[in-house]
Design a protein around this ligand. Structure first.
Ligand code: GLC
Length: 453
């Protein structure tokens, strides 16, 4: 294990266990309050070769380090990708897995970049981070120009900081409602709930019945831990009540309103009733464990959980349905825009090889492969319309088009976003743990105002 990475990992990932695996690639299992991230056991088919191999071969023999994902199918897909890239270019890519909690990854990168460390050449970046890290990243505009033309324009805009394109999108994300079809049938529920109040009722009914045979059964699981995922969930609740998105695009702090508070009150009532008490420490992995283990009727998660790579061989295989997230009485179904980009560090000592890998990683052929086998939502419309993708991701049209997309206030807060999101998820987590909604929201309002007066 690289010393620098080890020291940074030790300083920021105090709760993560880091161990070198037999292959020399770092394997890491994150333990959060006793919750271990779910990891599929399957392996994926061979990945496509690098379409730009001819040009990229000039870096043959170089080794770069990629800071890649560890949630859902992330790492499962990275292993064959890195192998195929090496085979076609001769460039070796070492994978360092990010913590499953993106807030912990953010701290790691903050440390890495402020130290000017060259130990990571390429990293994946959350859609809300370009403003935070833009100054540490090289421009990908020229080397990735051909692919940029295929990308969704709003994402390119999101990845442009101070006029420079600093990252290339490769994964889209939006929140969805997962449910078990057999249980809806068993409890005579005709269709998945469209309002949160209905979800609460349906979840109670199913939970009451299923508890007779499964003491660990709950009605609804979601990401309630104090981290970025909770900001995403809370935004969906609040926006779907017509309560705004914490801060308006013009910078006005809007969170202290009756609709937002009604949404948060309902969410608070779930903890210890239709959701486990421990949901206040659930991330995506814990959500997946509960749902795929057959221990919950409804779950909120990102689209990848609907892929065969995750569901095959689990208790719920063949029983999973997906639907737009529910909404408040007069609101609209709202899904937080998530997603990931690939970027090259300005401290990299192998920028050419690193850019070559980034170009491969975000390329159309790889996006098709990743969407088909790993359930990852593409960021190119021409990939979404490929037959094999449509077949495994019917939710792109059945759910994706029936929900309004809502964005976190990352553009308006720019470099202050991580502080703002921390204020948001800490306040909402406190509410889930029982803090008074009105005073907690009033405090959050003043915290956000101090970031964006
Ligand atoms: C998903 C989303 C990302 C979000 C994260 C929160 O990975 O793609 O945008 O920040 O979940 O846990």
């Amino acid at each position: 294990m690289n010393r620098k990475i080890a020291s940074i990992a030790a300083s920021v990932l105090v709760f993560a266990f880091v161990a070198p695996s037999a292959t020399g690639v770092l394997a890491r299992t994150a333990h959060h309050h006793g919750v271990t991230a779910a990891r599929p056991a399957a392996s994926l088919p061979k990945a496509p070769k690098d379409p730009f191999a001819k040009q990229d071969k000039k870096y043959s023999g170089q080794t770069i380090t990629y800071y890649g994902g560890s949630v859902g199918t992330d790492h499962l897909a990275d292993v064959p990708l890195v192998k195929a890239f090496h085979k076609s270019t001769g460039i070796k890519v070492k994978i360092v897995e990010q913590p499953s909690d993106s807030t912990a990854t953010l701290s790691f990168l903050q440390n890495l970049f402020t130290q000017g460390s060259s130990s990571i050449d390429v990293t994946r970046l959350d859609v809300v981070w370009p403003g935070t890290f833009g100054r540490y990243l090289v421009s990908v505009k020229k080397p990735l120009a051909a692919d940029a033309k295929l990308e969704i324009k709003s994402l390119l805009k999101n990845d442009t900081v101070g006029g420079r394109l600093v990252a290339m999108p490769y994964q889209g994300d939006f929140g969805m409602l997962y449910y078990l079809k057999d249980l809806l049938k068993k409890y005579h529920i005709a269709k998945p709930p469209t309002t949160w109040t209905q979800l609460t009722k349906d979840a109670k009914k199913i939970q009451k019945g299923e508890r007779k045979s499964n003491k660990n059964f709950y009605g609804f699981v979601f990401q309630g831990k104090s981290y970025e995922g909770l900001t995403c969930n809370a935004l969906e609740w609040i926006a779907s009540y017509g309560g705004g998105s914490f801060i308006s695009p013009k910078g006005k702090v809007t969170v202290d309103n009756a609709k937002a508070k009604a949404a948060l009150k309902l969410a608070q009532s779930w903890v210890g009733t239709i959701s486990p008490k421990g949901v206040t420490s659930y991330d995506e992995g814990a959500t997946q464990n509960s749902f795929t283990g057959g221990d919950s009727a409804f779950a909120r998660n990102w689209p990848y959980m609907d892929s065969p790579a995750i569901l095959k061989g689990t208790k719920v295989q063949g029983k999973v349905g997906v639907a737009p997230l529910p909404h408040g009485a007069k609101g609209k179904s709202s899904a937080t825009t998530g997603g990931w980009q690939i970027a090259v560090s300005k401290f990299s000592k192998h920028k050419g090889a690193a850019l070559a890998f980034a170009r491969y990683y975000a390329s159309k052929v790889v996006q098709v492969w990743r969407a088909t086998y790993a359930g990852i939502v593409p960021t190119m419309n021409s990939v979404a319309s490929v037959k094999s993708v449509k077949k495994v991701q019917p939710f792109l049209s059945t759910v994706g088009k029936h929900t309004q997309r809502v964005v976190r206030p990352s553009t308006v807060l720019a470099g202050n976003y991580s502080k703002g999101s921390t204020d948001i998820f800490q306040s909402v987590n406190a509410i889930l743990l029982g803090s008074k909604v009105s005073s907690t929201v009033a405090n959050l309002k003043s915290e956000l105002q101090s970031l964006h007066p």
